[in-house]
Design a binder for this molecule. Structure first.
Ligand SMILES: C[S@@+](CC[C@H](N)C(=O)[O-])C[C@H]1O[C@@H](n2cnc3c(N)ncnc32)[C@H](O)[C@@H]1O
Length: 301
């Protein structure tokens, strides 16, 4: 087959078929406002696969052999924009109130395991931001409540007996690989101040590499939020700027899943342009200095 010189035209009916397929596979909903983006990306895939008709391409997507191409298409449809320390007001609430409460309550119970999931982590800036803030919060907590007999030197990033896990998941393998690599250029580092750069990054030529001790806290893995197989027992879930690409029905289903994936009293943090308002009665909103979070309500409350 030769490469089509012109973009293949897609009828409205063909666009609807694609819209439905993408929605069923990953929850992303392309309404009229975003359909040009879907059209553009599908035409690009048709060119790259050297397929000349929509019918042949759609058949491929539905076939067993076409699983890889379906994945390529979904990768091409994701928006991966992200940055370190994104939404400072919300991170302030997370650092000063939520982490403080989680650490204090866990210590009272003698439970030293903390698990914070970054769902839709893109290239890693979000989970690494969480890791840096959590490392700082635990060090500060240890200063105020030292555990007697603790003399390990050099001091570990996560003080004993604490154990930290930050699962970081996405539907795109290419962003997961970039996150795993953990190397960022000056532009990507623009929101990281010098005290964080000095403590948590190594300079490698012109770029910055996340230090091994921080990298070890973050576990990158593939998860499609459309499925039921998602990381459980989280104290906090970050799912920021992901739900905005889903329709209301899918948002409701996802919030239900997050409820089940949180430990009792756990917190859900969504993006600045997203809200749980009108979608669920199972979370209580917390609002401080422009920062928002949602706490899981327990049945007995
Ligand atoms: C705009 S980025 C947000 C990154 C980060 N959370 C932030 O706020 O900076 C959205 C990410 O969600 C991922 N995503 C979209 N649909 C998904 C799905 N069904 N399952 C898992 N991740 C998904 C995309 O691949 C993309 O990396």
């Amino acid at each position: 087959m030769s490469s089509p010189a012109l973009a293949v035209n897609l009828s409205d009916a063909e666009m609807r078929l694609l819209q439905t397929l993408v929605y069923q596979e990953c929850g992303m909903y392309f309404d009229a406002r975003r359909s040009h983006f879907l059209r553009d990306r599908v035409q690009r895939r048709l060119r790259e696969c050297r397929i000349e008709t929509f019918y042949n391409y759609y058949q491929l997507l539905l076939s067993t052999e076409g699983k890889q191409e379906l994945h390529n298409l979904l990768e091409n449809l994701t928006v991966n924009e992200t940055s370190f320390f994104r939404n400072k007001a919300q991170l302030e609430l997370f650092h000063k109130e939520i982490l403080d409460e989680v650490i204090r309550k866990k210590q009272e119970r003698g439970d030293y395991q903390i698990r914070i999931w970054s769902a839709g982590c893109s290239t890693g800036q979000e989970p690494y931001t969480i890791a840096m803030l959590l490392a700082d919060a635990l060090a500060y907590h240890q200063l105020r409540h030292p555990i007697l007999g603790e003399t390990t030197w050099p001091k570990p990033l996560v003080p004993s007996p604490w154990n930290v896990e930050i699962p970081a998941s996405d539907i795109s393998y290419s962003v997961l690989r970039a996150g795993q690599e953990g190397i960022y250029n000056e532009h990507q580092m623009s929101s990281v101040d010098y005290s964080y750069r000095l403590r948590y990054f190594d300079k490698v030529g012109e770029r910055y590499a996340v230090k091994k001790a921080i990298k070890e806290l973050v576990l990158f893995d593939f998860h499609n939020l459309k499925t039921e197989f998602l990381p459980r027992s989280n104290d906090v879930i970050f799912c920021r700027n992901v739900m905005m690409y889903f329709d209301e029905a899918e948002q409701r289903r996802l919030i239900e899943k997050f409820y089940r994936c949180l430990s009792p009293g756990g917190y859900l943090l969504v993006g600045h342009a997203e809200s749980l308002l009108g979608l669920t009665g199972k979370f209580a909103m917390i609002f401080r200095n422009s920062g928002t979070a949602y706490r899981r309500i327990e049945v007995s409350e």
